[in-house]
Design a protein around this ligand. Structure first.
Ligand code: 1CP
Length: 347
């Protein structure tokens, strides 16, 4: 007999149910950077692949790395193994990951950039492979960087955490910067839509450097491009929930949630969850926000931190996560302990 994969509309997943505000028996959970260097089996495959980009663009290996943490810890969602910087690459910018130094991008020739989706076909193949192997109860998260965060890397060529030169260039010729963000926004819509077509159950938009922009630029370069992405995806895929993570948005989190229309809102560890739970309307599913250092530390401090978060989120749609990525020195047994606790916790 043929086994027909169930479509999103007929599958019920605790993860997407929570995002859609439906009642769920417990808080679903996953951990940002759940695949990666803290896992010995990742380090082995990473070495075998040779380069990080080769790992991202070899569907067999990328699918395996995506599945590794879920096999060990049975999270409610797997996240596609890739990187936000594959969009600059598909637009035509040179991209290298330098060992020990992180990403490095080539010169910015925005006038010659054009989105070439064929360059990203291995990513869609990875999604198809993961979806085939993943249990039907486990969600698959696709993702992209938000236009502002991508622009930070594209303009500066590498990460530095403050991006003052990018802010300065953007503010000096804001209209030109709008046009640059539009180019990235258009590519991101196509990219995320293709990820959903390939089998992603939800997508997360990472705006890791949202916190460096003050108003009115936050509205212009964080909220507006994200709103365009959300609206376009809603047209194309009305049943697919969308998560936004404007890291360090602080007091601007509620405005971001209201105006972008995301279903889920990632809250960084620096923002008290009490504050977000008070300020963000209950139709938005919050996600977060354990300090990754507590996962590194483990034991009572980690479990107490998790309990505190779950108590605060009681009575509203919520997905448990870290407030940023797993730190590479984290012992996998801590991740196992926290996962067991979360799977057995009932509100
Ligand atoms: O050598 C290695 O193994 C490379 C380390 C690494 C990994 C494991 C990089 C380089 N990217 C990734 C994977 C990755 N990146 C995922 C995969 C899935 C998972 O979460 O398990 C995701 C979702 C990302 C997203 C990403 N890449 C973000 C947004 C989230 C965040 O951390 O704020 C950002 C800013 C990047 C850029 C990037 N890629 C890699 C590094 C070291 C960086 C940060 C560079 C910097 O600003 O210093």
């Amino acid at each position: 007999m043929l086994s027909v994969p169930q479509s999103q509309s007929t599958r019920s997943l605790i993860f997407t149910d929570a995002l859609m505000g439906k009642a769920v028996p417990r808080a679903p959970f996953w951990f940002m950077r759940q695949a990666g260097r803290y896992l010995p089996e990742y380090r082995r495959l990473r070495q075998e692949a040779g380069s990080f980009l080769k790992l991202c663009f070899t569907p067999e290996l990328a699918a395996e790395v995506t599945l590794q943490p879920v096999r060990r810890f049975n999270m409610d969602a797997a996240i596609l193994f890739s990187d936000i910087l594959v969009i600059p690459y598909a637009l035509g910018q040179q991209l290298d990951f330098v060992e020990g130094e992180g990403p490095q991008l080539g010169p910015l020739n925005a006038a010659t950039f054009a989105y070439d989706e064929k360059k990203l076909s291995p990513v869609f193949e990875t999604i198809r492979r993961v979806r085939q192997q993943l249990s039907p109860e486990t969600a698959l998260i696709g993702f992209a960087g938000a236009p502002w965060t991508l622009a930070c890397y594209m303009v500066q060529g590498k990460g530095d955490g403050a991006f003052e030169s990018v802010k300065s260039i953007a503010m000096q010729d804001a209209d030109k910067f709008d046009a640059f963000l539009d180019l990235i926004t258009g590519a991101t819509i196509l990219y995320l839509s293709a990820q959903i077509d390939a089998g992603a159950d939800t997508v997360q938009i990472f705006d890791s450097w949202a916190g460096v922009l003050p108003e009115p630029y936050f509205s212009r370069w964080i909220i507006l491009p994200t709103q365009k992405i959300v609206q376009a995806l809603r047209q194309l895929h009305p049943e697919t929930p969308i998560i936004g993570f404007p890291r360090e948005a602080g007091a601007l989190y509620p405005k971001y949630a209201a105006e972008t229309g995301v279903n889920g809102l990632g809250i960084g560890w620096e923002t008290p969850l009490e504050r977000a739970a008070h300020d963000v309307p209950k139709n938005v599913c919050l996600q977060g926000n354990l300090d990754p250092l507590l996962l590194l530390k483990g034991g009572v401090a980690m479990i107490d931190g998790a309990k505190r978060i779950l108590e605060t989120a009681r009575g509203r749609p919520f997905i448990f996560n870290l407030g940023h990525g797993v730190i590479k020195e984290t012992p996998p047994v801590h991740v196992a302990e926290l996962s067991d606790f979360l799977r057995n916790f009932r509100w």
